[in-house]
Design a protein around this ligand. Structure first.
Ligand code: HEL
Length: 356
C-alpha cells in the first residue's frame, strides 16, 4: 500500500543532530513517485552544514561524493545481468571461473555475493588504526590479487555457506569475476550496464585516480583519538576497495539507481528475486546478493545499501517497488553517533510521522 508522506521536518532535525555530533555537513534526497514509480517524481531535498570546511561552501545535493559499499550493489547488478545472460552460474564454484584463486572449491559465486564465503576481511588489519591505516594506503594502488592475498593470510572465518559474515574480500572476488567473464574492466561494465542506460551523469569509477570529478563534497575522517582534529580524506585512490567500494556518485543518481533496480528496470524478475533471497544479518536486517534489507519501526522494509569510506557515510534505500527512494550522505566517518543518527533518516523517509 501507499507509504506515509516523508517527514522532511524530522529529516532536517536528524541532519542537524548529526552536525552536533561532529559532522561538518549532511544531506538527504527523496524521490517519491506517489502513483507509479515511472511517473513524475516529487523530490524532497534537505541539506545542512558545509561541503568544505576551508571555504565554508554549503552542502548541495549537486555535490558528488564517495559511496563506499553502495558500490557492492552496482557490482552485484553487473554479475546478476551476466547470470541472466547465461555467462555465470550463481551456484558454481568461484574456482571454476578463476582456477586456483581460492583455497576451497566449495565457495560459490552466491556465497561471495551474500557474504557467506568465510573469506577474512583484509580491511580489519588495514584500518585497525583509523588515521594511520588510511594514510598508509590513500595513494596506494593494489591489484585485486594483492587484496585477496592479504585475506588468505588469515584462516577463513567459517565453512562456505554456513553464516553471513560481512567481508570486503567477497566483492573484490566479485570484481575479478566480472573482469574474467567479460574481458573488460569493472569500470567499462558499470558504464555500459548501469551508468549510461540510467544516465547517471554524476556517477564515476575513476580508480586509481585520487580526485572526485567536478563539483564534490570534501570528506572528513574522525580520528580514533577524540581530541584530534578531523582529517580531510577527500582525495584517495580507494584502491583498497575497488569493486567493493570505489564508486563516486550523488544523492540524485543513487535515488535513480535504486528506483530503477527495485522497479525492475535493471534486472529480469528471476535475477531480482535471487538478489532478494534474504539471510539474517543483524537486528531487523537481512542481506541478499549485494543488497541489504532493513525492517523499519512502522512495518515497512526498505532495500539498498549503506557505505562507509574515509570521510563519507552513505545511506541509499528504496521501497519494495522502487516508488520511493532515499539517498543520504554525511561527510564524516568513524563516528558511531553520527552513523546511528543517519540510520534514523530511513524512518523519517519511509515511515513519516509514524517513525519511532
Ligand atoms: C559494513 C560497513 C560499515 S564497513 C564496509 C565498507 N567499508 C570499509 O570496509 C572501510 C572500513 C574503514 C572505514 C573507516 N573506519 C575505520 O578505520 C575504523 N578503524 C572510517 O570510518 O572511515 C563499507 O562501506 N561497508 C560498510 C557497509 O556495508 O555499511
Amino acid at each position: 500500500g501507499a507509504l506515509p508522506a516523508p517527514d522532511t521536518a524530522a529529516l532536517g532535525r536528524l541532519l542537524r543532530t548529526a552536525l552536533g555530533q561532529g559532522a561538518p555537513g549532511a544531506m538527504a534526497r527523496i524521490d517519491d513517485h506517489p502513483t507509479a514509480w515511472n511517473d513524475h517524481a516529487v523530490v524532497h531535498k534537505v541539506t545542512e552544514g558545509t561541503a568544505d570546511r576551508r571555504t565554508g561552501e554549503a552542502m548541495s545535493t549537486a555535490d558528488r561524493f564517495r559511496i563506499g559499499s553502495v558500490t557492492k550493489t552496482f557490482t552485484a547488478v553487473v554479475l546478476l545481468q551476466l547470470a541472466a545472460e547465461g555467462k555465470v552460474r550463481l551456484d558454481t564454484s568461484v574456482n571454476h571461473y578463476l582456477p586456483g584463486l581460492l583455497p576451497d572449491d566449495r565457495i560459490t559465486v552466491r556465497h561471495v555475493l551474500s557474504h557467506r564465503s568465510g573469506l577474512y576481511d583484509y580491511t580489519n588489519d588495514m584500518f585497525a588504526h583509523t588515521v594511520s591505516g588510511f594514510e598508509a594506503v590513500r595513494t596506494k594502488v593494489f591489484t585485486y590479487r594483492d587484496l585477496v592475498a592479504r585475506s588468505l593470510k588469515h584462516a577463513r572465518t567459517h565453512a562456505p555457506g554456513a553464516v553471513y559474515a560481512y567481508s570486503n574480500t567477497n566483492f573484490v572476488v566479485a570484481g575479478m569475476l566480472v573482469e574474467k567473464l567479460t574481458g573488460h574492466s569493472v569500470r567499462t561494465e558499470y558504464e555500459n550496464r548501469v551508468i549510461k542506460p540510467l544516465k547517471l551523469t554524476d556517477t564515476f569509477y575513476v580508480h586509481p585516480d585520487t580526485r572526485i570529478p567536478g563539483r564534490h563534497a570534501h570528506g572528513y575522517l574522525t580520528p580514533d583519538e577524540a581530541k584530534a582534529g578531523l582529517v580531510d580524506a577527500t582525495d584517495q585512490t580507494v584502491s583498497w576497495a575497488q569493486s567493493a567500494g570505489a564508486l563516486i556518485s550523488s544523492v540524485r543518481d543513487l535515488d535513480t539507481f535504486l528506483s530503477a533496480l527495485l522497479g525492475g528496470r535493471l534486472l529480469p524478475p528471476a535475477q531480482l528475486a535471487e538478489m532478494e533471497r534474504w539471510i539474517p544479518a543483524g537486528t531487523a536486517q537481512a542481506y541478499g546478493l549485494g543488497l541489504r534489507r532493513r525492517d523499519l519501526s512502522c512495518g515497512v522494509s526498505v532495500y539498498g545499501h549503506t557505505g562507509a569510506v574515509q570521510g563519507f557515510y552513505t545511506y541509499a534505500f528504496a521501497s519494495k517497488d522502487g516508488r520511493r527512494s532515499l539517498s543520504a550522505v554525511v561527510n564524516t566517518s568513524n563516528n558511531g553517533a553520527v552513523h546511528l543518527t543517519m540510520l534514523r533518516t530511513l524512518e523519517s523517509a519511509f515511515c513519516g510521522k509514524k517513525a519511532k
